[in-house]
Design a binder for this molecule. Structure first.
Ligand SMILES: Cc1ncc(COP(=O)(O)O)c(C=O)c1O
Length: 412
């Protein structure tokens, strides 16, 4: 591998040439010329697959247009759990019958956290960290107000995230459920999910992981780790498209002792019995509420199959290499201009994005978007560089970080 003479940095072209996953990029839809030069926001909205454009058209023609209402009996009633099982098998380390797809992440969080609190009388505390994504915090504040529960806040190191020791003195016999993000949305910190889950279980409480930023980028073993509950979105690294439905994982051992709060006919044990009273279905189906968003689930299937074809370990290896490269570039080009890398430098503690802080990054991001270079901005000063392993090249990362340096220089 050749390196840049001045910097000792490997060159992007060589890294791309040596990348065993480089050809996977061809599977993604390419925008018209001039629209995009570097996409660094796959951690917010993944790019569409070419297969998705064709499969959606087929779906409209065949399953919807030709089978019409018969589609529900023929396949759609089971689509939430069929797609869920495949997400579980390929990305979560979850055996069949524990994952369902539907609703938004926020609604799934509400259903599972409420169920966890309601199932444990005498345990009236919910633990979450102050740096968690707003919707997680807001949903918990709402549930605490509704159920008279108390929130115990963890204040983690903002440049990393929640470590097992942060739970010492907070976890206890009144803890009902602990809610944490597996990969922190800002710093990109990858939490020790098995270690924290164990600690939570030792206190007799339930553990819920928000997997929005890890599903499809970090391999998981939810069953082996003994995780109770998890939710995740599908529009980031599962490339489901804007507003694609979330998934919920409920460990089989917990399912029938949890009752979710939004009772709807599709989660009842006999939806077409038109019964007088609600009785929850057995198993994972009881976490469904209304008519599942079947159309919006279709693109998820294409990405899950692409991931299955290369394997999560290969995805993770590329993700680590991309984030390492982005850190090298940021050290060389952005840190000398006053920027600070606020993501873990240890790859084992990092997901698939890095965040760099600078007071001018809000304006820098706006300038870059006009130029087809697309990272995102999270207040107060964070520019996030998201590296979707199967759709991002090293050349794109180099071009993007160089463009950030140039825009910063113009504004300073
Ligand atoms: C950690 C985390 N949780 C939840 C959400 C979003 O929830 P929803 O899908 O309901 O908008 C996001 C969105 O980026 C997120 O990063």
């Amino acid at each position: 591998m050749t390196t840049d003479q001045q910097t000792q940095r490997p060159q992007a072209a060589q890294l791309d040439a040596a990348d065993p996953l480089a050809t996977q990029r061809e599977a993604f839809y390419t925008p018209d010329a001039g629209q995009l030069t570097s996409y660094l926001d796959g951690n917010s909205l993944g790019r569409p697959l070419k297969a998705t454009a064709a499969n959606l058209q087929n779906f409209v023609h065949d399953a919807w247009g030709s089978r019409l209402i018969r589609g529900w009996d023929e396949q759609w009633m089971d689509e939430p759990t069929r797609v869920g099982d495949r997400i579980g098998e390929v990305t979560l380390g979850a055996a069949a019958g524990q994952v369902t797809v539907g609703d938004s992440t926020s609604v799934m969080l509400y259903k599972l956290i409420r169920a966890a609190v309601d199932a444990q009388p005498g345990r009236d505390e919910i633990i979450i960290d102050r740096d968690n994504f707003p919707t997680d915090r807001f949903i918990i504040e709402g549930i605490a107000a509704e159920r008279g529960a108390t929130i115990k806040w963890i204040a983690p190191n903002p440049a990393s995230g929640v470590r097992p020791a942060d739970l010492d003195g907070i976890l206890g016999e009144r803890t009902a459920v602990v809610v944490l993000s597996h990969v922190a949305y800002r710093s990109g910190f990858l939490a020790d999910a098995p270690g924290i889950t164990n600690a939570v279980h030792r206190a007799g409480a339930l553990m819920l992981w928000d997997l929005c930023h890890s599903v499809g980028s970090v391999p998981m073993e939810l069953d082996a780790w003994g995780v109770d509950l998890a939710v995740g979105c599908t529009y980031k690294y599962l490339n489901g498209g804007p507003g694609s439905p979330a998934f919920a994982y409920v460990n089989a051992a917990r399912q029938n002792r949890l009752q979710q709060p939004i009772w709807g006919w599709m989660g009842a044990d006999n939806p077409f019995g038109m019964t007088e009273a609600y009785r929850p279905a057995e198993g994972i189906r009881r976490f469904i509420t209304g008519t599942p968003p079947v159309l919006a689930m279709q693109p998820i299937k294409d990405m899950v199959e692409l991931i299955a074809s290369v394997g999560m370990d290969a995805v993770r290896e590329k993700s680590i290499n991309l984030t390492e490269y982005a850190i090298r570039l940021a050290d060389e080009l952005l840190v000398p201009m006053g920027a600070a890398i606020v993501s873990p430098r240890n790859a084992a503690e990092r997901g698939s994005h890095i965040t760099v802080d600078h007071p001018m990054f809000r304006d820098v991001t706006a300038k870059l978007w006009e130029r087809g270079v697309i990272p995102d901005f999270r207040p107060p000063h964070g520019l996030r560089i998201g590296l979707s392993p199967l759709s991002t090249s090293y050349a794109e990362v180099e071009l993007g970080v160089t463009a950030i340096r140039d825009a910063l220089a113009e504004l300073q």
